[in-house]
Write a protein that binds this ligand. Structure first.
Ligand SMILES: Cc1cc2nc3c(=O)[nH]c(=O)nc-3n(C[C@H](O)[C@H](O)[C@H](O)COP(=O)(O)OP(=O)(O)OC[C@H]3O[C@@H](n4cnc5c(N)ncnc54)[C@H](O)[C@@H]3O)c2cc1C
Length: 380
């Protein structure tokens, strides 16, 4: 006998599940509270639609926390599978210089969404919009794909948490951190990028770019540390990150250049010989005492490891993703709620994390595919 499946929420994970569930065996309906599906998916497409990453799958799997939680589904639907499938539905992709994968130029985010929606409709999936789920059972099998709690304007506001007693509070991750910049420094550096820097936190170092804002620091390199910074700030009022403003030179090489500066002022040595940006030099002036700035050994140390106190993170509404929601230990390895058979949770509503770089969408698509193929193969 045919069974019914209700997918609750119409974001990336729901779209993936609906694309792969066997519609010969199940009557499938998506219930979305907005007037249209995939609003956050479209928001994700705004600054360059980074769908996944081209890394070897073993490296890619290492980006997810908790370690191993998503391994089986990432192995079942890899980044290569994702690209191949996108190609099949008319969305060819390319690998950008950073290894990230995007739709080829000229394809807008809305076209990606429309092609997926067309694919789903062709498979006979019914779409009900303007339907806010409030805890009711709508089908034999319930697949929740309700999303996290950032960017509530997209519908992903986390208010569904009231219907799941095991759910954990949400926190924003992949977001800016607050830094109390000295006033005079901020005037000089606000809006300026810090390119090709390193940021070290708790003995882990990432390289990339960050932008100095009135609030603090934002950008990929800071987002990479956001889970650990979030954990620290949940326990303490502040925590210290370390900037490496000249990552291509060692402290010794920097010191040598400073010593060889001759008659030049230190500022011009920093600019000409060390090629530090104006923003980096202003940060040094703002955070290093005059005595330390004039002491070449200490200055070299500060260029490599400038301590910056972080006192908060951006409000959850502004975060790219959230942690919290359904605890992973309340799910079976098939994403089924252990105490409620036939109720499954996928996507960002589950308490896992990945940095920016296409890993979030890859995680959501792999979860959707994995559950769809498992349910499709299940004996009646
Ligand atoms: C600014 C920004 C940029 C991003 N850029 C990228 C990127 O480039 N690459 C990347 O990999 N990831 C990116 N992400 C993250 C990515 O978009 C999300 O991780 C992903 O969309 C999560 O998918 P999901 O299906 O779990 O949830 P969502 O896409 O959030 O979908 C959940 C859906 O459930 C609906 N819903 C909620 N409650 C109810 C209810 N009670 N009844 C019915 N429907 C309900 C919501 O309206 C929503 O449509 C970005 C996110 C943001 C905010």
């Amino acid at each position: 006998m045919r069974k019914s499946i209700a997918i609750i929420g119409g974001g990336a994970a729901a779209l993936a599940f609906a694309s792969f569930i066997n519609t010969e065996r199940y009557d499938v309906t998506i219930y979305e509270k907005n007037k249209a599906l995939g609003r956050k998916f479209l928001v994700a497409g705004k600054g360059g639609f980074n769908l996944t990453h081209s890394q070897a799958i073993s490296t890619l799997k290492g980006k997810y926390t908790p370690e191993g939680f998503l391994d089986r589904c990432l192995d079942t639907f890899t980044n290569t599978d994702f690209r191949k499938w996108l190609d099949e539905i008319g969305i060819p992709t390319y690998i950008g210089s950073s290894g990230r994968i995007f739709p080829i130029q000229g394809i807008k985010p809305i076209e990606v969404l429309q092609n997926i929606l067309q694919h789903i409709k062709n498979r006979g999936v019914v779409i009900k919009t303007d339907y806010e789920w409030k805890g009711e059972r709508l089908a034999d099998v319930m697949v929740y794909a309700l999303g996290g709690a950032s960017w509530p304007v997209t519908g992903s506001d986390g208010s569904w948490i009231q219907y799941f007693e095991e759910a954990l509070p949400f926190y924003g991750v992949n977001c800016a951190v607050r830094v109390e910049w000295p006033k005079s420094t901020l005037q000089q550096v606000e809006g300026k990028p810090l390119k090709n820097i390193g940021i070290e936190y708790k003995n882990t170092r990432y390289h990339g770019e960050a932008v100095i804002t009135k609030f603090g620091l934002e950008g990929g390199v800071i987002y990479q540390h956001s889970l650990e910074i979030r954990s620290a700030l949940n326990m303490h009022q502040s925590t210290t990150i370390y900037l490496d403003l000249k990552k291509d030179l060692s402290e010794q090489q920097i010191l040598l250049k400073l010593k060889q500066s001759g008659e030049k002022t230190l500022t011009s040595t920093l600019k000409r010989d060390l090629k530090l940006s104006k923003a980096s030099i202003e940060l040094l002036k703002g955070f290093v005492s005059k005595d330390d700035f004039l002491h070449k050994v200490t200055l070299a140390q500060c260029i490599k490891k400038l301590p910056i106190l972080v006192t908060d993170m951006a409000p959850i509404d502004e975060a790219i993703s959230t942690i919290g929601g359904i605890p992973i230990d309340s799910l079976t390895s098939n994403f089924e709620l252990s105490d409620i058979p036939d109720h499954y949770c996928i996507g960002e509503m589950v308490n896992w994390h990945a940095p920016t770089g296409g890993y979030l969408l890859q995680g959501c698509f792999s979860m959707g595919y994995f559950l769809a193929t498992n349910l499709s193969a299940r004996h009646p």
